[in-house]
Ligand binder design. Sequence first.
Ligand code: HEM
Length: 488
Amino acid sequence: LPPGPAPSSWIVGNRNQVPREKPWRWFQDLNNQYGPVVYLQMGRTPTVVIGTAQAAWEILEKRSSVTASRPRFIMGQEIMSNNMRGLMSEHGPFWRRWRRVLHGSFMQKTADSYKPIQSLESKQLMAELASSPAKYREHLERYATSVAVVVTYGRRVHDIYNDEVVCLNRQTQDFLTSIIIPGKYLVESVPALLYLPNFLTPWRTVALKQRATDIEYLTRLVKEVKAKMEAGRAPHSFCRQLIEEREKNGMSELEIAYTCGTPFGAGVETTAGSLASFLLACATFGPTFIPKAQKELDAVVGPDRMPTFDDLADLPFIRAVVNETLRWRPVAVLGGTPHASTEDLVYEGMFIPKGSTIIANLWGIHLNPADFPDPHRFDPERFMTKRDYPGPWQHSSFGYGRRICPGMHLGYSSVSINVARILWGFNLSKARDESGQEIDVDTFAYSDRFNSVPLPFPISIVPRSAGHLAIIERENEAAQEELRAYDS
Ligand code: HEM
């Protein structure tokens, strides 16, 4: 077996040693102490923590045929989700169908067809940042939410606090992310607890209540799209496509309803959180990279128009800023949902038993000084030259193998276009207090959840000139005309 700390007892294994707070830091320490692959015994479940990109690539990419399953999620998948959420599904026919329809709608070519809507929403984001910069977090979330909801259901989101779809989805996500933390519920390592009667298992009752709420609103949203299709006014969307191809895909209505919940669940916090990390990097390391980024933008785009998706090919330093953002503070800090192995395998003489939970700890992988020297420093220059690193991205933000993020093209486009435009249109620096002193920000102040995103921090966001502001406002006005087609 791979090396690792001794279990504290043979019943719970190492389970009680996992810190309640930010376990990714402990995993990183373990990898530093024991090596790139560490073994833990979580209850009866063998668990492997990977701490380098090279080991993750070998195990999760090259051996993907046997490491692309998921562990059993008793609370999140079986009880709360009726086994209907593909993201937590084991490798098998249900997952394959779910993955195929997602791939059909989010692969590179199809994802490109969403760029016009991403561009329009981003123009609104720019105007919002110009008019109320202090609410930047809300604006980023509105952007990411509206893109996900337009792409899925063909309708926009204006107000993230009051939009019903958003509130219900957020409630679901909050609940789900709070219950799938490894080690949180004893039933995950001792499934026999499922045989206890309901009155002794209050955790089951709350999860079932959430399931009922989810089924009600997820199916209602599909019915709304169906009604619009019948009335001949449903724009193209993921949901519409699934309804049209229902028979071909052999999906039940409930399966369609749950599948439509995927882009919101997986694509909003990841996108908005990555953009928030970018702003945090600007507030901390801005003077080291913003002048070079703006020089590039001025040379390629100029001051008279906003950058477009087509410009990105000519903006290598902006692309480097995007990649460094995704590396520096990986939002899917534990590598997303853990993988599970479906056969025994051996990696560099270490035995990884069938049924192991495999965690590719992105916190450790992206902050490994062997690949990224001085890793907590935000330094886009690292991405200006190719390094010896496995995989096409030169970082590991989107995961591995058959489970690689199917929304990566959509997510990457969102982060890129907004990074380019924000740097083009605004000066970003530390905020100042009433006495004019710069306010320092803490680059480690991140949320302690399944996705780890920056906690609120102050930043100054000011248009670069009156000319830039005029363009931002003009572009937004024109965008609003086009966006009306998605208002329901
Ligand atoms: C910057 C934005 C994003 C980042 C950093 C990100 C990152 C990740 C990561 C690390 C994984 C885990 C992969 C693995 O298990 O090896 C993942 C999975 C996933 N992502 Fe993303 N993601 C982003 C945006 C999106 C978007 C916009 C969607 C919308 C469709 C999406 C949908 C998914 C789904 C469905 C999975 C689970 C795949 C499976 O279980 O087979 N993601 N993502």
